[in-house]
Ligand binder design. Structure first.
Ligand SMILES: [Zn+2]
Length: 453
């Protein structure tokens, strides 16, 4: 099928990227790292829980010798090899190969990790710039706690601040589920909060009012430093069911949690003996306080919806975007510019219904372009047919320059297919199809964030 390239020559702005992000304490790696992350899910489902936890804590602490010794004992290298064999046909592995070929040329597969590691270590920002150039991407919004604007100029790399670290000032109740993903998010949120307290030159305030003042001034400082929007990634650690909670209830929760936080157990960083109901009440209260501040400050809010990574942790049922109805239905937040991100898989139709019923809600299909092939086309068909032209935004959801290239190329191809089908069926004129391509690739984002191309 010869599909016209409606998207050709139209610049893209990536609504959800992680450009510039390196996990604290982790060295810069080559692309094998992405396959290894997926393989960990395969391993987690095949070795006893306690052994896996022991192995991952060695791995995550950087003790590679200890991790390797235990891995051999548990048969993990064979499981990783097996996972890599099975991963070959996934869109993720295909997209990784496509991106490497585009950036590094025809490198033999056994050398690609080394070549990509070298390129990433030598000049990470230069490599990302090259990925943007190859993709026709003029800028990315990057979900990152801090960014050096000398290395990553704001002109092309615009930071987004997660509000989650502020929602859990006392950490989280003990994690007793499978996997290492949810505890990792909790730890990262915890560390970012400690860092923001450090930047503000303060320790954790004793009262909720003082704490709320700290949170809002910390966010204001970050906005003044160039952050263009906020994000909620809390689906990884709790339900999306954010309920408006009054100050008195939140204050009572604050006191309950303070006592609990004084009784730590021999657990993970950022976790304590906390009462789950109080933990939720305080986070709910703070989320609304921040959202109201975002309305006044004119900052858009991204919200993670739908499934998570390849290890258990995030509960898919509590990442259902319909759980946001309370939050989205709040009269004080009716002009908050919300973008529900990641295509919300497997709730993509629920996202469309929410956007249809809330004029302030937009959707992005980031993450989908390098995980799905036909499903991206199906979702875009559904969204673009139902919704007004101002609602759908393109995004990659990656910090990998390789995946940026392939995800952008794949998004352009999917969009071309959907637009071509619409024109063929006389749903849209050629002019409207080109207009929609521009709306999705950058114009809607520019309008939401008030930025120019
Ligand atoms: Zn992301």
């Amino acid at each position: 099928m010869n599909v016209p390239r409606y998207t050709e020559g139209i610049p893209a702005i990536d609504h959800h990227s992680h450009a510039g992000y390196v996990r604290p304490g982790q060295p810069v790696t080559g692309v094998d790292h992405y396959l290894l992350e997926v393989a960990h899910g395969h391993v987690e489902g095949r070795v006893p829980h306690a052994d896996y936890q022991r192995y991952m804590s060695l791995h995550e602490s950087g003790d590679e010798t200890g991790a390797h010794r235990l891995a051999v004992e548990l048969g993990i290298p064979d499981l990783i090899r097996e996972s890599r064999t099975f991963q070959q046909t996934s869109v993720h592995a295909v997209a990784l190969r496509e991106g490497c070929e585009a950036l590094y040329g025809p490198v033999p597969s056994d050398r690609i990790d080394e070549v990509s590691r070298h390129a990433r270590q030598t000049d990470p920002a230069g490599l990302y710039d090259r990925a943007l150039l190859l993709s026709g991407t003029s800028a990315v919004l990057t979900d990152i706690p801090e960014i050096d604007s000398e290395v990553w100029p704001h002109e092309r790399y615009k930071p987004i601040a997660r509000i989650d670290p502020y929602l859990y000032p006392f950490g989280h109740p003990r994690w007793e589920g499978r996997g290492t993903d949810a505890p990792r998010f909790r730890r990262i949120f915890w560390r970012i909060l400690q860092r923001q307290l450090e930047i503000a030159g303060t320790s954790l305030p004793t009262t909720l009012s003082e704490y709320t003042d700290f949170v809002l001034s910390s966010l204001a400082r970050r906005r003044d430093a160039g952050f263009v929007g906020l994000k909620i990634a809390s689906a990884y650690v709790r339900s999306l069911d954010f309920v408006r909670t009054d100050h008195a209830t939140a204050e009572a929760a604050w006191h309950t949690l303070r006592t609990g936080a004084d009784q730590p157990f021999d657990g993970r960083e950022g976790e304590a003996d906390l009462e789950p109901a109080a933990h939720k009440a305080l986070a709910d209260h703070l989320a609304y306080a921040i959202a109201e501040w975002a309305v006044a400050a004119g900052l858009p809010m991204q919200i993670h919806t739908g499934f998570g990574h390849t290890e258990p942790g995030l509960r898919i049922s509590t990442a259902n975007p319909l759980l946001l109805e309370e939050f989205l239905g709040d009269p004080a937040l009716n002009t908050l510019r919300v973008v529900l991100i990641h295509g919300g898989y497997p709730y993509s139709s629920n996202l469309a219904a929410l956007a249809q019923m809330h004029g302030n809600v937009r959707l992005d299909f980031s993450w989908m372009p390098y995980l799905h092939h036909h499903a991206v086309v199906r979702v875009l068909e559904e969204w673009l047919e139902l919704l007004p032209a101002d609602r759908v935004l393109f995004g990659t959801d990656t910090g990998s320059p390789e995946l940026h290239v392939s995800a952008t190329a794949r998004s352009r191809t999917a969009l071309d297919r959907v637009l071509h089908a619409g024109v063929t069926d006389r749903l849209w004129t050629v002019g409207q199809a080109t207009w929609l391509a521009e709306r999705v690739l950058h114009r809607n984002l520019c309008d939401v964030y008030g930025i120019d191309l």
